[in-house]
Each structure stands twice: as structure tokens, then as C-alpha cells.
Design a protein around this ligand. Sequence first.
Ligand code: 3PG
Length: 306
Amino acid sequence: MRKVLIATEKPFAPVAVKKISKIFEKAGYELQLLERYTEKQELLDAVADVEAAIIRSDKFDEEVLNAGKKLKIVVRAGAGYDNVDLDAATANNIVVMNTPGQNANAVAELAIGLAIMGLREMYSGKPGGEMRGRTLGLHGFGYVARNVFRIARAMGMKVIVYTRYSKGAAAAIGLKVAKSLEDLYEKSDIVSIHVPARGEHIRSVSAEVLSHLKDGSILVNTARKEVINEPDLVKCMEEKPGIKYMSDLTPDSEAEFEEKFPGRFFFTPKKAGAQTAEANLNAGLAAAQQIVDFFEKGDNTHQVNK
Ligand code: 3PG
């Protein structure tokens, strides 16, 4: 009997776990659940005896992947797979997949929520602003950004995007493409970041780009903290006292934000963008089905270490 592990430091909603277990039950697989673990050793022990794993932001580094002696597939129930060491997986003949788009609406709604919270002065009662009529700049145009676009447009916002790879998709829906990242940051009242923590995107939001932000603008980050150059952001916020930073990721320099920028930032206590029952169901069920299809049909759609 094949064994599958769900390893989630931050668990799925119970309804998602229940439905995932039904998929594996039907396939005749045995499900092992490791939730809210606090020690890496618990993960190393759990992974030793399974052929497949479903994870979220759980770190599957070389040590964990090496410990998975029978492991053939790891599915990251979500979009970003920067938590998985792809080289170590490939070296161990382990297929890594993600579930693109499945939790995108949840993250998009949080991005909009953070933007509104910033505009409304953290709900402090201080006069704020409205989304309608403001310009929203989308940094990246993947599944999350497309959902943000849909919501923002319904709110009466002007939307522009900077994307290198999805210019056609943007143009097809009449979305204006900024000529550069600098151009996007300069024209936006709110910038929402939607690029992965990979390659050229790492620390791509640096002084060069940030210097183009208007004073009074809001930077929303529901992507990854690694895409921001934090010292550059701190410097930019020191120079322009109207800028706010709203993020689903707590920066390494949190203490500096607390000391220097009261009332100008908000960080969700735990990465919460994808933490809805709907997103857990969509991503969790997709991950489970991808595992079954991989074993039963050899389907490797969504493999990210091809
Ligand atoms: C993702 O990459 O899918 C999101 O950042 C959600 O991550 P999470 O599953 O850890 O909440």
C-alpha cells in the first residue's frame, strides 16, 4: 500500500483534510498526517517511510529530501516552491509539483484587504482614502495578480502592470503594460507585488525601483520577503514619510519598522494569504489528485523540476 504524508506546519482547514483523505482512500493509499510540528526531526522521521508528500511552506531541504528514501513525489499545495531544494529533489529522482492558481483568489483578496487597510490609515480613525479612482500597479502578472486585477477593476481603480513574460495576456484584456518597473512604481498609488522568490526577482524591489515611488503611496507584498531589498525599503520610507508597507510576510528588520515607522506598516502575524477554507480545499485537493494521477497515469503536469 502506498503511503502519503501531509506535512503542514500551518495546517489545512479540517474540511480540506477530510476531503483529501477521501481521495487517497479511494485510490487505496494510506495517509499519514503531520500537522503543527515544531522540530525538524519530526519531519525527518515522518518522511522516511512515504512515497509522496503534500506540503505548504514547509521546508524540504537536502536533508529532508535525502531522508525520504522512498519518496517519489512532493506536491507543494500552493504556488511558490522556493521552500523546496529542487536540485536535491532531482538528484534523488523526486518529482516536485505545485498547484498553480489554486489559492490565488485568497491571496488576491488579502492583497486588496491590505491595500484598503493602508489607505484607511490602519483603521485608526485618521482620514484615509478610497480605492476608486486610484492607480494600482501590479508587479508581475501571474494567477494572483490576475485576480487582484479583476477585483480592482470592479472597485473602479485604474490598473497598470509590469510583466516580462505575460505582456500578451495583459494586452488581451486591455490592461496597460508599464514600460519598465521604474515606470510602474512611479505611476502607481498602490503597488502590489506578485513575483516569485526566484532568479532575477530576488531583492528586485531595490533602491533603483523604490526611489520612483510617490510619497504617500502604498507598497503591498503578499509574495515573499526575499523579493524586497529591506535596507533599501527602510531608507526609502525614511526619505518619504508618506509611504506605507503592508505585507503578508514579516521582514527580517521588523524591529526597525516598529522603531522608525509607527502607523506606516502592517504585517500579518502568520503568512495568511492562502489561509482560507476555500484555498485549502482547492490547493489540497488538487495536490492529492496530482499525486494519484502521477502514480496511476504517469501524469507529471505541473512538475517544476523537469
Ligand atoms: C503560495 O506560495 O501558494 C502562498 O504563498 C501560500 O503559502 P502557504 O500555503 O504557506 O500559506
